[in-house]
Ligand binder design. Structure first.
Ligand code: FES
Length: 568
């Protein structure tokens, strides 16, 4: 085994060694722990303000037990935790900040390997991005989904938030009923139980090979989650001995596997932005077009909300992600994973126990899957739609634009009875992109006008430079790039312009000539707010566009695990 980096601290003699060890000993740690044992950092996003990760202190104990059993020395440390439901204005604003916290915390400390404890949406990409930029042996343990919600005899989950909202606005549900429903929905520990962004991210790390097989779907409340955590703790010690690093696992083929798997499970559109950012950190070339190309012929085999019917708990009982990946065998590449085995060995013995939840590749649940990347003169650098969550008859559509210049404009006018809008209109929301909002919130599946809801309209074509919650659905076009704040064509759309969508042809166009665009551009002024201090200023200065992963421009690549200076 090569020399442990932790020995650059704990293996030192004299004053330096004393300082590194002595203060650790105030925690009651015996001297033998410092004598050449692999030190395993347990990077914990526990927080009571991140309810999806609130059980992580208990889960960390299982990981620690595994580390100790395998002869390692576990040390748990906190990093910035991003709770999707409480953080304002949006957790995405802080994904890059959290990733910097993770990167610097790992590099600066005497750890030889790290277990990333991920759960709520952004806690997965931020931790993986940070760890990739250090590149020491890394393994992910996810917190697991909640149990399926139960309300008035039926299964509910986060996708029902949008249905309940529409029902309340439409007078079909009272505020009292809503209070009952919200308690019924979140009835156990864990993250959102649908194939929202958190579940998508858990499937992403599993299909990338960064976690044990089965990691994505075991419910948080199931004791087998703790078993997986303990086994992961054992394994990370061996990974240090083998020097198996993220760069050995996250090769181009692993990213391809993740894209293919994401298509088959109907994963969140946020997957695109986070995977691009992770690829940027580990130095794998990945483009927006890769997502379309690689997922084009992949059938949707997992029947999970919001694209289908079931919940993550059902996926686990049906065989979990390994059973899904086994269906994709002919598409997947056989690369190494954290447990030291190849992907195909990991799912070779998987079985499907419920074909209603996991269909076969030959008879898929839906032939439409994955994401489509749209190009045309409306968004020069592309935009994204999730066909499996859209209304089939709207996938080819032409309509007049009803434009909202920002989210405040939308809120002020959407329910105005005088708003000139009908079901054929195309709702356009600007200035909710990375720089413009700033932070690119999940508002892309904006609610429909009240007067159309009252008519029984449930979906319309909507376009924005923002994102959509992984639990959301509808014919929603997202991640318009360049965003409105940069003054591209999307910034110049006006009420009454005709927008044409053709998902099959991958096109999104607007009937505005180049000449007219030039005239509009000459009079265009940005309306978004520029912040002049603190992190938000820093973010607005450096964040890249959605089609590049919305990472900071200076965070591409890796700085490695060497500490820059050694002052002791
Ligand atoms: Fe945390 Fe949905 S709010 S995963």
């Amino acid at each position: 085994m090569k020399k442990l980096r932790s020995q650059n601290w704990f293996g030192k003699t004299g004053k330096d060694g004393l300082i590194y060890r002595s203060w650790m000993k105030n925690q009651g740690i015996p001297d033998e722990e410092f004598r050449g044992k692999p030190v395993i950092g347990i990077c914990n996003t526990w927080s009571e303000l991140t309810p999806c990760n609130a059980h992580f202190r208990e889960l960390a104990e299982s990981i620690k037990r595994g580390v100790s059993e395998a002869g390692g020395f576990p040390v748990e440390f906190p990093v910035m935790s991003l709770g999707e439901t409480l953080i304002k204005p949006t957790a995405m604003l802080y994904r890059n900040l959290a990733s910097m916290d993770v990167e610097e915390s790992i590099r600066a400390n005497p750890v030889d390997g790290v277990v990333l404890m991920c759960g709520c949406d952004k806690t997965t990409p931020s931790l993986v991005m940070g760890a990739c930029s250090v590149n020491i042996p890394t393994l992910v343990v996810s917190g697991g989904p909640m149990l399926t919600g139960k309300y008035k005899g039926r299964d509910i989950g986060t996708s029902d938030v949008w249905r309940f909202d529409n029902a309340v606005r439409n007078g079909e549900m009272s505020e009292e009923e809503l209070r009952v429903a919200e308690a019924c929905m979140s009835r156990s520990r864990g993250h959102c139980a649908v194939m929202g962004t958190a579940s998508t991210m858990a499937c992403m790390v599993e299909s990338l090979g960064l976690s044990f097989p089965g990691n994505a779907a075991i419910p948080a409340a199931d004791s087998r989650r703790k078993v997986l955590a303990q086994l992961s703790g054992q394994r990370i010690v061996k990974m240090v001995e083998e020097d198996l690093k993220p760069s050995d696992i996250l090769v181009r083929e692993a990213f391809e596997n993740a894209i293919i798997t994401n298509a088959a499970i109907g994963g969140s559109t946020n997957f695109i932005i986070h995977l691009l950012a992770i690829a940027g950190r580990i130095g794998v070339k990945l483009t927006l077009e890769d997502f379309d190309k690689l997922s084009a012929n992949i059938p949707l085999v997992a029947n999970l909300q919001p694209s289908g019917k079931y919940f993550m708990e059902d996926l686990y009982y049906a065989g979990g992600l390994p059973a899904v990946m086994k269906e994709l065998d002919k598409y997947l590449r056989n690369v190494t994973t954290v447990n030291g085995r190849k992907v195909k060995e990991n799912y070779a013995s998987a079985e499907c126990y419920n074909r209603d939840v996991i269909a076969t590749a030959e008879k898929p649940f839906n032939p439409l899957s994955g994401v489509a990347i749209l190009k045309g003169n409306l968004c020069e650098n592309g935009c994204v739609i999730k066909p499996s969550a859209a209304t089939p008859k709207l996938m080819r559509h032409k309509g007049k634009a009803v434009v909202f210049e920002d989210i405040e404009d939308y809120k002020a006018r959407i329910d105005d009875p005088a708003l000139d809008v009908d079901e054929n209109s195309v709702l356009v929301l600007k200035n909710v992109g990375p720089k413009g909002y700033p932070g690119m919130p999940e508002v892309g599946n904006m609610g429909l006008p009240k007067k159309l809801l009252a008519k029984g309209i449930t979906d319309m074509v909507r376009i924005s430079d923002g994102r959509m919650s992984g639990t959301g659905f509808g014919t929603v076009i997202l991640h318009a790039s360049p965003e409105a704040a940069l003054g591209g064509n999307f910034a110049l759309v006006r009420d009454g312009d005709t927008i044409s969508l053709d998902v099959a042809a991958r096109s999104l166009t607007i009937d505005v000539s180049e000449e007219e665009f030039k005239k509009r551009k000459a009079n265009w002024k940005p309306i978004h707010k520029e912040y002049n201090r603190g992190y938000v200023h820093f973010y607005q200065t450096h964040v890249e566009q959605a089609h590049l992963g919305a990472d900071m421009d200076f965070l591409k690549g890796s700085s490695g695990s060497e500490v820059t200076r050694d002052s002791h």
